[in-house]
Design a protein around this ligand. Structure first.
Ligand SMILES: [Zn+2]
Length: 468
């Protein structure tokens, strides 16, 4: 008889355990053994239960278990903008809604925005997120660190005021030197914080809003510190046209010309890649994030025109991002549905984006986008113990013939029952243990009147029907 090993936590009797390992194995009546925050064994409950003496056992009967989901693009600072930017043009979305909102963010607003965001992410099964950042990134880092999740965080930089949609507010602008110096300081200060759960990266807000010197300078810094650099790229027709008129080439071609296109570069959106840009992304092994709800909310064209299925077919790492609450959805299960169903609809094809692809985007691909795939993204021995248990005793999950199909096509984040990060249970029975949920909602209510008055949007965002 083999020895019995002491472990911290055993998740056992999972109805379906979707490992997302290299063989994409799925166990019926599966189990995961966890010690010191890492997975020490994965397999059938019949094999693991007698083998381990666990300090705590979680019975995962009636549950589908997956790796913790990775949201590859979410602005934690924008969470209090939900409902502030609907039915407006791209120009108005930015200049009349989002920039005024961003302009009012102090430590107080940023903290509770990030708290609401992390709360929603956790409740929807996200254990790691990539935030393109803002000007107070240390606030979001603190929230994520204290809540127990993993994140990649950047400090936002802009050194070109001219954009495809107008001139950006002066308050956001910095010199190239300031951008580089402040970004480097942020990475020095925060990379590896909270027991390594926080990774600090570099960022330029958009390709058109960065000088060549800033782009190459940030890439040099990212290489020096062994981290990534992220940017919004090719998200709308106007951004492509602005790059063509300003630089003679589309955005990704410009990055390639600058010699910065690389595997540690994360390109967010990519809805308007040209065929030549697709090839450049493939050759450079650059990473891409698809944000379906964000594009659909404003009609940017990622689903109608984007090359995401082709990029995936060509082996490009494409993650999934919910982008921001101002487009409504911050739920990767719904994003998976939108990515899959959206391309089927626009391509008139029932097979162009199967649910397996969508789940890969939200797990293993997300881990690769975050340059964290050696530690997270799949339930594999040696990896960090980040798991989600979805409760299938809900109508949306029944009948349950294929858990991957139900996860992508039928379920939403509300069926998240247990969330574990690094072996620590952060959500139990749908309740976030590491945050005071009632307090978060109370603080958000407190901040709402000030946000409406400071942005001057009270009349513009009220319901269009009579309020009695
Ligand atoms: Zn974004």
């Amino acid at each position: 008889m083999s020895a019995i090993h002491a472990i911290d936590l055993l998740v056992a009797h999972a109805d379906w355990l979707i490992t997302m390992d290299d063989g994409r194995r799925i166990y019926r009546d599966g189990a995961v053994a966890i010690r010191d925050g890492r997975i020490v064994d994965v397999g059938k409950s019949a094999d693991l239960v007698p083998r381990y003496d666990a300090r705590r056992t979680i019975d995962a009967a009636h549950h589908v278990v997956t790796p913790g989901l990775v949201d590859s693009h979410i602005h934690t600072a924008f969470h209090l903008s939900r409902g502030l930017a609907d039915e407006v043009s791209s120009q108005k979305f930015l200049f009349e809604r989002m920039y005024p909102y961003e302009g009012l963010l102090g430590e107080d607003e940023s903290y509770w925005s990030a708290a609401l965001c992390v709360l929603e992410l956790l409740r929807n099964g996200v254990t790691t997120f990539v935030d393109p950042g803002n000007y107070l990134p240390h606030v979001s880092v603190r929230v994520a660190g204290e809540a127990g999740v993993r994140c990649v965080m950047s400090r936002s930089t802009l050194d070109v005021a001219r954009s495809a949609f107008g001139k950006l507010p002066d308050a956001f602008m910095e010199t190239t030197e300031q951008c580089l110096e402040r970004s480097e300081r942020f990475v020095q200060e925060w990379h590896g914080a909270f027991d390594g759960r926080v990774r600090a990266w570099f960022q330029f807000r958009g390709v058109n809003n960065a000088t060549d010197a800033l782009i190459t300078g940030l890439k040099d810094l990212a290489d020096r510190y062994g981290v990534g650099v992220q940017t919004h790229a090719c998200f709308a027709k106007e951004t492509m046209e602005a790059s063509l008129s300003g630089h003679g080439v589309p955005e990704v071609e410009r990055l390639a010309r600058l010699g910065v296109l690389d595997r540690n570069v994360l390109l967010v959106h990519g809805g308007w890649f040209t065929p030549r840009e697709v090839k450049l992304v493939v050759d450079a092994d650059a990473r891409v994030v698809c944000s379906p709800s964000s594009s659909m909310h404003n009609g940017y064209g990622t689903l109608a025109l984007g090359k995401i299925p082709e990029l995936l077919e060509l082996g490009v790492t494409v993650g999934l991002g919910s982008d921001h609450a101002s487009s409504g959805i911050v739920d990767l299960l719904q994003e998976m549905f939108l990515a899959s169903a959206g391309y089927k609809e626009t391509r008139l094809s029932s097979t162009v984006m199967p649910p397996e692809r969508a789940l890969e985007m939200a797990t293993v691909n997300g881990a690769r986008c975050a340059l964290w795939d050696d530690e997270i993204g799949s339930l594999t021995t040696g990896r960090r113990a980040d798991l989600v248990l979805f409760d299938t005793r809900r109508a949306q999950w029944q009948p349950l013939y294929n858990p991957v199909a139900n996860l992508v096509y039928s379920a939403n984040g509300a069926s998240t029952d247990v969330v574990i990060v690094g072996g620590v249970v952060l959500v139990d029975q749908g309740r976030v243990l590491s945050m005071d949920e009632d307090r978060v909602y109370a603080e958000v209510s407190r901040l709402m009147p000030g946000i409406l008055s400071k942005t001057g949007l009270a009349e513009k965002v009220r319901p269009r029907w009579p309020i009695l």
